[in-house]
Design a protein around this ligand. Structure first.
Ligand code: NOJ
Length: 579
């Protein structure tokens, strides 16, 4: 016990002195983006400086010191380009502009410059599988079959007077929409307002590379690349085995990760990323952990890949919300450890539990009834001590939680509406359909950032109607309150950040899962240059014995006050060290 307090004291002292033990991370040949967490901002919900009820670029700039205090190396901002906002910016109408609702190009340049002063890079979101149906390329393409851009999208004749295949779009409904002007159907993996580009056309690829290079010439630090596994379509389009009562099949199972996709991506890399001091992270739904080395290894196409096996545990490949599956802690651990193993010798992993498409992690990875504050700290410990670059999603560092709205009309998220309608068509009652929406809706992660306990949680000025309602718990879960509380989730994130800086092992060390059969404890070791740090997290709501081989090691950090060395309290996380 005494030992624990001595270590805790030393730790606090080191944090306050800026870490005497901090090393130059370059010693281990890692790149800048491997050494620090990345913070994801969903600009519409981050901070509203102009009182529109919707966040803006100046809002990000004004919070840079806050982000610096989390020691992030980069900020990934989801799309801020001109867009009709059918999918909140993932429907892009101009790849090289800024949406007026977010500000101007001058605002963006200011953000870049201010971030640079703080040694933070800005990472853009490239949405290259599709554009908006208001993009001038599509407006031209849809006119007829002869125009110069006629072949820039995926057009097909009707089959027997109907859609060419039975594919269902990810947001629901057919993946084909009829265009009266051109008398043909066009394909859209997502909403009908998001037509898929034809990557087989070299002119399309060239135009996309030019857009990416435009942002590189401005000095951005890298790219998150959206929905990239869908860019290559199958050679022939055929019906799939229906997974819905309406005879449709999720397009994902028919088109994701097609053979030959890496040829496109090698060209993309060569024409845009090669030789630049940036990082790339692909969103790769449909790529398995086994395939990671091909995608992110030495000869891979990206630096990192978001694969979804751990966040998708409640679903099969079709991600249908109304048919969730049971899963166990060992499933979660296996999914994460598989990705760790696959990238151990060749590649790097982006560790994430939240983003703008996922429920809040405290409501996703823990048993019902889990205390959200404890759960947030428990997961933060895994996030910040696993091997790879931690991605922190806005509000995760505060322990923000899901919302619970009763009416589908309150939800903005296009996919919540699609999933709701699908559930009703499958025969579920409106009440049941709402249960699925409440649990999985992407709006859970998109409610305004909770800055303080004032009106609108300090996100928008008082009296303004925010674009999504603020989560009711903002009075207690908010950045200002957590700044003042040394036991807050925010304070714990900072401690974990400081620990990463003090122990190169947490950055460069190997990863080995231990006690892998346990359904209560998630545990692993990180080892580097003779030092081993062990992470031990109790994911259950029961106290659990600390395994005998660990109990005598030096405790470096714990998420809860330790009353008993030999027992982990429910949801407690600890980090131990052996020299
Ligand atoms: C993945 C993005 O993360 C999501 O928000 C978006 O709706 C789809 N891709 C379509 O671009």
């Amino acid at each position: 016990m005494k030992k624990f307090f001595a270590i805790l004291f030393l730790f606090t002292f080191l944090s306050s002195t800026g870490f005497a033990g901090e090393k130059d991370m370059k010693e281990n040949n890692l790149k800048w983006w491997q050494c620090k967490p990345v913070y994801q901002v969903y600009p519409k919900s981050f901070f509203d400086t102009d009182g529109t009820g919707s966040g803006d670029i100046n809002g990000i700039t004004s919070k840079l010191d806050y982000l610096k205090s989390l020691d992030v190396g980069a900020i990934w901002i989801t799309p801020v380009y001109p867009s009709p906002m059918v999918d909140n910016g993932y429907d892009i109408a101009d790849y090289t502009g800024i949406n007026e609702s977010f500000g101007s190009m001058d605002d963006f340049d200011k953000l870049l410059a201010e971030a640079k002063k703080r040694d933070i890079k800005i990472v853009m979101d490239l949405v290259f599988n599709h554009t908006s149906d208001k993009h001038e390329w599509f407006l031209e393409s849809k006119k007829n079959t002869k125009n110069p851009k006629a072949d820039w999208y995926i057009w097909r004749d009707a089959k027997d007077g109907k859609e060419p295949t039975n594919w269902r779009a990810i947001f629901g409904g057919s993946a084909w929409t009829w265009c009266e002007e051109r008398k043909q159907y066009y394909l859209h993996t997502f909403a009908k307002e998001q037509p898929d580009l034809n990557w087989n056309n070299p002119d399309v690829r060239r135009a996309l590379y030019d857009a990416a290079n435009f942002w590189l010439s401005k000095g951005v630090g890298g790219f998150r690349i959206d929905a990239i596994t869908y860019i290559k379509k199958p050679r022939t389009f055929t019906d799939g085995k229906p997974d819905g009562k309406d005879g449709t099949v999720n397009i994902h199972t028919m088109t994701a990760n097609q053979p030959g996709i890496l040829d496109f991506l090698r060209e993309f890399k060569h024409r845009v990323f090669d030789g630049k001091d940036i990082f790339t992270v692909g969103e790769a739904n449909g790529v398995s952990a086994r395939e990671l080395p091909e995608w992110v290894g030495k000869d891979g196409v990206f630096d990192m890949l978001f694969e979804f096996s751990h966040v998708d545990l409640p679903f099969d490949a079709a991600e249908i919300w109304c048919y969730p599956k049971e899963w166990k802690l060992t499933d979660l651990k296996r999914a994460l450890s598989n990705s760790q193993k696959a990238t151990r010798d060749n590649g790097w992993y982006p560790i994430f539990f939240e983003n703008h498409d996922q429920p809040r992690s405290v409501n996703h990875f823990f048993p019902e009834g889990a205390d959200p504050k404890k759960a947030a700290k428990a997961l933060a410990t895994v996030l910040m001590t696993m091997r790879g670059t931690p991605f922190i999603y806005q509000g995760q560092e505060l322990g923000m939680t899901n919302v619970s709205w009763n009416d589908i009309e309150k939800y903005n998220d296009i996919s919540s509406h699609g999933q709701y309608e699908f559930a009703i068509k499958e025969g579920f009652s409106p009440d049941d359909a709402m249960k699925f929406v409440r649990y999985f809706s992407r709006d859970n992660a998109r409610t305004p950032m909770q800055w303080n306990d004032e009106a609108n949680a300090g996100f928008s000025p008082e009296g303004v109607k925010t674009w999504l309602p603020v989560n009711e718990n903002y009075k207690t879960i908010n950045a200002e309150a957590e700044e003042k509380d040394s036991d807050s989730v925010l304070a714990f994130y900072r401690k974990l950040g400081a620990l990463r800086r003090a122990h190169e092992t947490l950055i460069a060390g190997d990863y080995k899962e231990i006690f892998s059969d346990s359904e209560e404890i998630f545990a692993f070791e990180r080892s580097f240059n003779g030092e081993t740090l062990t992470t031990l997290v109790n994911f259950s709501l029961k106290p659990v014995k600390v395994p005998a081989e660990i109990v005598n090691k030096n405790l470096v950090l714990s998420s809860e006050k330790v009353f008993d060395d030999s027992e982990l309290q429910p949801l407690e996380a600890r980090i131990y060290k052996i020299k």
